[in-house]
Structures are given as C-alpha cells and as structure tokens.
Design a protein around this ligand. Structure first.
Ligand code: BG6
Length: 500
C-alpha cells in the first residue's frame, strides 16, 4: 500500500489505525508493506515514530474516533516493520521513478499495489496521471482476460470535483490513465456498519418491502448533525462549505440506500447500478428548495464561524444546509426527502427517519383521541447505533386514549463493540477488488448535477445572504419553512429517546 499524503491527518488519524485493526483481526496479507509518500521532511524512522505517537494518543480514549485499547507490539511490528518513506513533490517525475524502483523490488507482494490518495483534491488528477505515465497502473491479464496477474488499484478521497463539470473533467483525466475497475472513489460513510445495514434491513426481511413506497410512506428526513465546528480546517472549508462537504456524497449515499430498488445480487455491478438509478431519477434541486446557514457565536464564549482560524471575517460559506429533494420514479413520486446537515448543532446525530402515512382517524371520532400520531421508522446511523419503530398503543386506563411508544433495537445490546473506525471494510474491499461500496464515475457526476443549480445560485448571492444560527442550536429557522409548506415538521435533533 502506497499512501500519498503520508504525513497528513487522514493517514495518521484514520488510515493507519484502520490498518492496525485489520492487522489485529488477521485481515492484512502476510507480505503487506507500507510506503509513505509526502513532501514533509521525514524518513522511514521518523514517519513510523509519528504514526506510533498518534496511535498512542488514542489508547483508552473512549471518545476518540480511533479508540484502541492497547497497542500490541507484535501487530504493530507486522504493520510497520517493513515500512519505507519517499520524500518528494507529487508533480516530480523522479518521485514516480523512485516509487517504481521500490515497488519492483518488493517481491513478496506479487506486484499488487493499492495507491491511496490521502491528499488535497487538486492533486488527484496529476498524481493519477503521473502514476499512469510511470506505468504503475499496468496489470498483466491472464489469457482469457478474466484476472490480472497482479492488480493495481487507486483510492481517491473526496471531494471528487466541486461541481458537475469539474467531476466530469476529473473522471475523464483519470480514465485516460487507469481503468474504471482500478478506481475506488471512496465515501467513508459507506464504511459504517449502520449504513451497510440498511440494505440488510430492507432486503433480508420480507416485511418492509410492501410498505416501502409512495403508497405507505409520507416523507423521509435525513439528518447529519455535528457538534464540532470547522476545527483546524478553515482553509479547506472556506471554499467547500457544508453542501459540497456533506450532501452530494455522505447524505446522498444514505438516501440511495433507502431509495434504491432491490438489486439482483450484492455484487458491485448490481448494487451500483440500482443506486445510480436513484441519482439519475433525482430532480435537480431548485434554489427555493434549499436553505443555508452559518453558525454564529454560541453560549460560553463559543466562536462563530467568521471568527475561526483561516476564515474570512465576512465569509459567506455555509456551515448548515437543508434541502427538499424529489425522486421522480414510480416508487417515490410525490414523497419528499428532506435532508439537513450542519456543524455546531445541539447534538451529534446521524439518522434517517421514515414517516408513514397515517391510519384513518374516523373510528376514533367519538373518543378522547384528538389526533393519530404518525408511525416512524428510525434508522440511527450514529452515535447510538440502532433501529427504532414508533407506533401507537392504548394508554392504560378506562378511557380510549392512545400513546406513541417506541420499540428499539440497539447494536450495543446485541453485538460486542469491535474497534472499528469505518475505513477497515473499505480498505479490505480495495485489496480484495470489491467495488460495491465505492462510487462509479456516473454516480458522482449525477449527484453534482442534482445540487448544481443551488450551488450556482449561491455563488451569485452576497455573503450576507447566508442565514445566521447560534452555535448549539438546530440551524436557521427558515429551514423549517421547507417542511411547513407541505404540512411537515423537522424531528427534534436533541431527541430525548421518547416517542413524539
Ligand atoms: C467528512 C467531512 O467527510 O465527514 C467532515 O469533511 C465531517 O466535515 C465528516 O465532519 C463526518 O464524518 P463522521 O464519520 O465523523 O460522521
């Protein structure tokens, strides 16, 4: 595995801990070797030390994303024992010649190589082109053309383009040097167990499918709320914003899991084609169906976005976005999908809430029941992973009255928690050649098309048009209007776990 951006945050905080977890569970190949590439002035020893230091900072920290109970010396040695480091400029031919020389010497790996681009997006195209120029994507195929003698795969992080045009240009550029089966456009949300489970819930149970359509579902709400701000990423975030950072990628992946048709099988072609159908059927969002906001200062001296490091004092970048989406196909016509995501919100929660159409009220007309509460199916992605179903029961007592209650499954009650930061499955899939959980070229292009008009519209507005919301709140109140227009309302972000 060759990591471009070896000295970066993603490598230290997520990739290496994930590789360590794979080594612990015995899923790293015996002859695994790691090569780090970066501009930073490091050598193999210094790089290894910096990785270990970061790993040690995670030990025993339950709240840390890469929680590890203890670093096992033998496992760490297996992972980093044969590690090397190449210092170089991503634009320099010499770097790729040196990489080729080193790879040719690594006989234990059988020529297989995974290139991971954990680098700023402006380098994606040039690095892939340079790898191609150096002949590093060559796979010798067997006589039937069915299996390469060795494989060469490249993982490309997000953001993959910043609009439809740039995504198309990037696809065209990389497809000139590598083939689609070698390209793994990663979205780390798909590494989350709860996201993968949506397919299991829908397609391994017979009871949901008959309800899963416009006849029974009233609308769907997808929330990805974070309590963190932009942290130290002001420079990246200023030109990205909440929409580009979260919506066409993470949020749409959640939506596709809910909205896709049953695939004919669970192979990459079948699953990705069904998801691609969803993206293609999504209507391009009209500017009036999107609301953006920016966090202002909050209680206890919490800084507003414009006071953050590397952020312009008059910045118009959004840290919150809400949208009303429509999918124009037989299953979903007329069913709104409301999505929202933001930073510095009241609670960290990622959840998909499916609201069913109400039962007829007529039989209750002569009772104390004033209205029937809706049924909700809640897919809780994080942090309290689980699934809950809300329904009405009779409130105990002589009068006919109802109460909404919740039946809840929690992962933690059924399965031991394994150290898992979500990248393990994805890295393992790249090594085994399984593209199911990765984006195909057409998928990313379609998702950018869906949000294109909104992005264009915002780019022409004045920075002060972005609405303010207090840190620790649930976003600007005008986001409510997106729903009230249709008689709906957002579910509370700071849910108390009781039925509403
Ligand atoms: C990243 C975004 O892709 O996803 C971040 O760039 C965001 O801004 C993060 O915080 C959320 O991922 P997770 O796994 O922490 O929910």
């Amino acid at each position: 595995m060759v990591i471009f951006g070896a000295g970066g945050d993603l490598t230290k905080r997520l990739l290496v801990p994930a590789l360590y977890n794979l080594a612990t569970t015995g899923l790293l190949p015996e002859h695994f070797e790691l090569i780090g590439v970066d501009l930073a002035d490091l050598d193999a020893g210094k790089w290894r030390d910096s990785l270990l230091e970061m790993m040690q900072s995670f030990v025993g920290k339950a709240a840390s994303e890469s929680r590890i109970d203890k670093i096992d010396e033998a496992t760490w040695k297996r992972l980093t024992g044969r590690l090397s480091y190449i210092k170089g400029d991503f634009g320099d031919d010499g770097l790729y010649n040196e990489l080729k020389r080193q790879l040719d010497q690594k006989t234990g790996t059988g020529g297989n190589c995974l290139f991971y681009l954990a680098i700023a997006d402006r380098f994606f195209g040039p690095v892939v082109q340079n790898l191609g120029k150096a002949g590093l994507f060559e796979e010798n195929w067997d006589q039937d053309g069915k299996k390469p003698e060795h494989w060469r795969h490249v993982v490309i992080e997000k953001p993959f383009g910043h609009d439809e045009e740039s995504a198309k240009a990037l696809n065209a550029a990389i497809l000139r040097c590598a083939q689609e089966h070698q390209i793994y456009r990663i979205d780390h949300f798909l590494g989350k167990e709860t996201v993968q489970n949506i397919m299991a819930l829908r397609f391994a149970n017979g009871m949901f499918e008959p309800l899963w359509n416009r006849d029974r579902i009233d609308h769907v709400q997808i929330t990805v709320a974070e309590t963190v701000g932009v942290e130290s990423r002001g420079r990246f975030y200023e030109k990205t914003g909440a929409l580009r950072d979260m919506v066409p990628n993470h949020v749409f992946q959640l939506l596709a899991m809910v909205a896709m048709e049953p695939p004919a099988g669970f192979d990459a072609k079948a699953v990705r084609s069904r998801k691609s159908d969803v993206f293609a059927a999504m209507r391009t969002v009209a500017p009036e169906d999107a609301v953006r906001g920016q966090y202002g200062p909050g209680p206890n001296g919490v800084a507003g976005y414009r006071q953050e490091k590397d952020v312009a004092p008059d910045s118009g970048t959004e840290t919150y976005v809400a949208m009303r989406l429509a999918i124009d196909n037989w299953r979903w016509a007329g069913v709104p999908f409301y999505v929202r995501t933001g930073k510095h919100m009241s609670r960290r929660v990622s959840e998909i809430a499916i609201r069913f159409k109400p039962a007829p009220y007529a039989p209750f007309e002569d009772t104390d029941v004033a209205a029937l509460a809706p049924n909700w199916l809640l897919l809780q992605i994080q942090p309290d992973e689980g699934i809950a179903l809300q329904f009405e029961v009779k409130r105990p007592g002589p009068a006919v009255d109802l109460a909404a209650v919740r039946m809840a499954f929690k992962y933690a009650d059924w399965f031991p928690k394994e150290p898992n930061i979500g990248y393990e499955t994805l890295i393992y899939d790249v090594m085994t050649g399984d593209q199911t959980l990765f984006n195909r070229a057409d998928m990313v292009e379609e998702t950018w098309r869906v949000v294109g008009k909104v992005l264009e519209n915002w780019s022409q507005e004045k920075p002060d048009n972005v609405l303010n919301y207090a840190s620790g709140s649930d976003g600007p109140t005008s986001a409510d209007d997106l729903l009230t227009r249709q008689g709906h309302a957002w579910r509370a972000v700071a849910d108390d776990g009781h039925a509403h």
